[in-house]
Design a protein around this ligand. Structure first.
Ligand code: SF4
Length: 550
């Protein structure tokens, strides 16, 4: 059942059939050992898997009161005549799992034991669930019999549909099933309180469990209040697991906040925007938050780590007809420098998108984060990140509540950032960016505009007052160097490097200190070159060294 995509401000119950397929196999005794053939022949044959089933004469007459008929027209004998092999096996597995889970309730403080038991119960769950797959595995399996597999799937679906019809038929609940997926049901209780939702959820679970043969069991899992249903297996909401839970947990499935193919910034902003929506139901607050984040990105007041894409690289599997994905390209470039830099198969290689000239291809603007950090002429492509990375996922969610995220962005003032770049003393030919030209039109010391006809990078006032200008520049440089020293100190402590070694080689892309350290080192280099260039310029203008001594 496709979900009814919407924002639900009333409680939504989540109910799950526990181990539905194994339970169906046990409850209806579906197995190779209890198979009694088809009600009507298939193309004139009694096909069963890869072979034919020949029923013994008079068998049906003998068993006529003890037959289960699956929705796909297959017959199986009931458990009172013969308990199926699969059912015996699955019962044992499921009972062992219950035993292991009850063991987990003891010794809760023993983390190792808890972990061990948890892995055991997961392994048993997996075993139980793959038994269904085994009945239809025609390539890797030994006994493929799609008739049994179909019986299981169709009975599971029938169980789900019967439950939905029953929930809709009970008027006192006022419930509407808004999404059903294989073994789970999402039930919207319009206008009900959370307290009422818990009571109704327990009642629904009990009645539907009683409706079905053992061991099919509908378990009341949790209440989402509020929540957003987006599409199949994609939903997010505030989760309450018990009546006395006061603070809800943020729970998301299948959306960008939990997916690993986007950027951390996208995840954080989407999560915060959703939390604002859930807590305040006030779109103006979400809009203000979104616009504030966009301004930050445009101004460049963000951590580069938050804007790294990290997709899996599988070298050797890409077609040579189109350009390879950015991660593969970056890895290949690294391997040209050093063949040992080959990434592991499936390794996530981080990259960022930088702004480029008009018409520059996206693939050419994807660079390794350290390239961006080391190059003061490059900056993150704010427009790309906002319009391609942030807006689409937010739009998918907030369109459901009538908001137009794209319009929020269009109507806000845009910021064009002038970066501090080292252009002082550079020849014209070396200027790479527009900022380089703009920067040279302002004083390197005080930042006021320098008259066009005036050569050099220091205004007349700062040139006249050379010692004060130098103090100002030197103080600025000292401040930046202090910051860098602080970061290097953190790394020295972390990596156990003695303080006499100033260089830190660590380039851990998962560590925020790495990004701050490299960015700061680039800034210090820029400041140093500004100081030395201004010093040179002042000397050329006839300011003697003795005047600069303070
Ligand atoms: S960059 Fe991070 S991980 Fe590497 S040495 Fe510095 S603090 Fe430690």
């Amino acid at each position: 059942m496709e979900p009814q995509s919407a924002f639900y401000s009333s409680p939504v119950l989540v109910l799950d059939f526990q181990s539905l397929y194994p339970s169906v196999m046990i409850a209806y005794n579906y197995c190779y050992s209890t198979f009694l053939g088809r009600i009507s022949n298939w193309r004139g044959t009694s096909k069963m898997g890869f072979t034919e089933y020949n029923r013994q004469e008079g068998l049906l007459r003998l068993l006529k009161d003890h037959i289960n008929i699956a929705p796909n027209g297959m017959m199986y004998t009931k458990a009172e005549m013969r308990k199926s092999l699969l059912a015996k096996m699955l019962t044992e597995i499921l009972e062992t799992r219950v035993m292991v889970k009850s063991g987990m309730k003891q010794d809760k403080d023993d983390r190792t034991l808890q972990q061990l038991l948890n892995h055991r119960q997961l392994a048993l769950k997996l075993l139980a669930n793959v038994t269904y797959g085994y009945t239809s595995a025609s390539f890797s399996g030994r006994m493929p019999c799609s008739e049994i597999a179909d019986s299981i799937v169709q009975t599971g679906r029938e169980t789900l549909e019967r439950s939905i019809a029953y929930i809709h038929s009970v008027e006192r609940w006022g419930a509407e099933v808004v999404y059903g997926d294989t073994d789970s049901l999402f039930v919207h209780l319009k206008g009900k309180t959370r307290e009422q939702a818990f009571a109704i959820g327990e009642e629904i679970a009990k009645e539907i469990t009683n409706m079905n043969p053992r061991p099919i069991k509908l378990k009341f899992e949790k209440v989402y209040h509020p929540c957003v249903l987006l599409a199949k297996k994609r939903y997010v909401g505030y989760k309450y697991e018990s009546r006395d839970q006061v603070q809800p947990d943020f729970d998301a499935k299948g959306i960008e906040t939990v997916r690993r193919d986007g950027t951390p910034a996208e995840q954080k902003i989407e999560e915060k925007a959703l939390k604002l929506l859930f807590e305040t139901a006030d779109l103006s607050q979400v809009k203000a938050y979104f616009q504030a984040q966009c301004t930050k990105i445009m101004r460049g007041n963000v951590s580069i780590q938050d804007f790294c894409f990290a997709r899996e690289v599988k070298l050797g599997t890409y077609s040579d007809r189109g350009p390879p994905p950015p991660g593969a390209l970056i890895s290949t470039r690294r391997m040209l420098d050093d063949a040992r830099a080959e990434p592991q198969y499936g390794e996530r290689v981080p990259y960022v998108v930088i702004s480029g000239g008009p018409g520059a291809r996206l693939i050419d603007r994807c660079v390794a984060p350290e390239d961006l950090l080391h190059n003061p002429h490059c900056s993150l492509d704010a427009e790309y990140y906002i319009s391609k990375n942030l807006i689409p996922p937010l739009e998918r969610i907030f369109n459901l509540v009538g908001a137009n995220v794209k319009q929020w962005y269009d109507e806000m003032p845009k910021v064009h950032r002038i970066r501090r770049v080292d252009v002082v003393g550079d020849g014209i030919g070396k200027k790479k960016t527009l900022e380089a030209y703009l920067k040279s039109a302002s004083c390197a010391v005080c930042g006021v505009k320098v008259k066009k006809e005036r050569s050099g990078n220091v205004c007349a006032r700062c040139a006249r007052n050379a010692p004060a200008s130098m103090v100002r520049l030197q103080t600025r440089l000292n401040r930046e160097e202090d910051k860098l020293r602080g970061m290097v100190k953190i790394c020295q402590t972390c990596a156990g490097i003695p303080p006499v070694v100033a260089d830190v080689a660590c380039d851990s892309k998962d560590c925020p200190v790495f990004y701050s350290r490299v960015k700061q080192a680039t800034r210090v280099a820029t400041e140093r070159s500004i100081v030395s260039s201004v010093l040179r310029e002042l000397a050329e203008r006839g300011v003697g060294q003795e005047a600069l001594e303070w």
